[in-house]
Design a protein around this ligand. Sequence first.
Ligand code: GDP
Ligand code: IMO
Ligand code: MG
Length: 394
Amino acid sequence: MQADLIVGIQWGDEGKGKIVDLLAQKYDYVVRYQGGHNAGHTIVIDGTKYALHLIPSGVLNPKAINVIGNGVVIAPDELLKEMAQFGDLRDRLFISEHAHLILDCHIAFDRAKETSLGGKAIGTTGCGIGPAYADKISRVGLRLCDLRNEAVMLEAIIARGGQLGIAVQDKATLKACVSRWADQLLPFAANATDILWDALDRNKKVLLEGAQGTLLDIDHGTYPFVTSSSTVAAGACTGTGLSPKEIGKVIGIAKAYCTRVGFGPFATEQINTTGDRLRTQGDEFGTTTGRPRRCGWFDVPLAKHACRINGVDELALMKLDVFDGFHMIEVCTKYENNRPVYKSFAGWKSLAGCRSFDDLPEPAKVYVLALEEMIGTKIALISTGADRNDTIYR
Ligand code: GDP
Ligand code: IMO
Ligand code: MG
């Protein structure tokens, strides 16, 4: 058996959480493989909204087993806070003992660095992601398994704070923290790779849940305005221990337009009433930081690039309903002299009540089919609202 994969093909917030939750109903395992609590994956079930940051979006399906892979960076208190919402997770959540920890000094360092960069800041989420991955790559990081030796862990945290020039809590408070993390997190620590191999060997269905999006990838994104992990499909292999041969279907998640939080290039951004309208109608405010998202038109060349990098088999096109009431929709079809060239499409009144492709107003069908044709990848699913039910399969 192979694992299927969900990956964002823009700058994150494409609606991955909704699709993972929806698909999780048919999967046995849901796995996060990179990123940390910078991710904010929203799920809406019968009007109730859940925001997940670290726990895989399978958690709302009682039968799914959730795995946090070695490629994820974990802020212990953030994870514990999130776990507390879901009752007893024993036997439903496994965390790779090799996942690196985000320490308070990483969070403070991330924020201080952003402030010092002034006008050149990245616009990070301030979650300590960059500094934690930097420590991992520099081979000075602390991992979940290191909590097994509390005394060594305590000294290492104090030393790391000192090296980064960040004041850490007093030793007694920190000691209590480390003890609490060990007590509450070590029962979930596991060899996540073995768990996934075993699951695949038993023909269990495994779904890998990407965080962020392709254009925020450390290698393939708009560097340096990126996050610090491998957000692309390949990151699922390093972030879990699965080989490329164990990856099956790759599902790319795309919004029907583009958004971006934080700084960096965004050629189709609309800093005008169109952008404002997309933000209002799409409720485009960050799940993690509450920041307003920058909004603009769909970018076909970037989508094609992302589909190739990830080997996307099929796309889910999200938030099509956000165009309700638009008279005209534009799409960047190519770049000439580094400038986007747009094609215009007619808008529609409302997608309310549409439950099949045939139900969609003609202009919405034209828009979807045109994107599919231009990107060259099948759009297998269309989302017309945040709820599980607002989903059209093709
Ligand atoms: P993720 O990070 O990719 O999981 O996406 P986010 O959860 O950060 O952002 C997507 C937002 O759009 C969330 O508030 C979702 O509830 C919402 N959403 C998802 N699909 C749709 C849709 O088809 N239509 C509308 N209007 N909202 C959607
Ligand atoms: P989900 O999983 C959108 C952005 C930040 C910033 C850059 C680097 O919800 O799609 P970081 O804190 O990671 O060092 O910030 O990456 N960013 C996201 N943007 N969705 C996300 O996650 C993001 N995670 C990080 O805004 O521009
Ligand atoms: Mg998000």
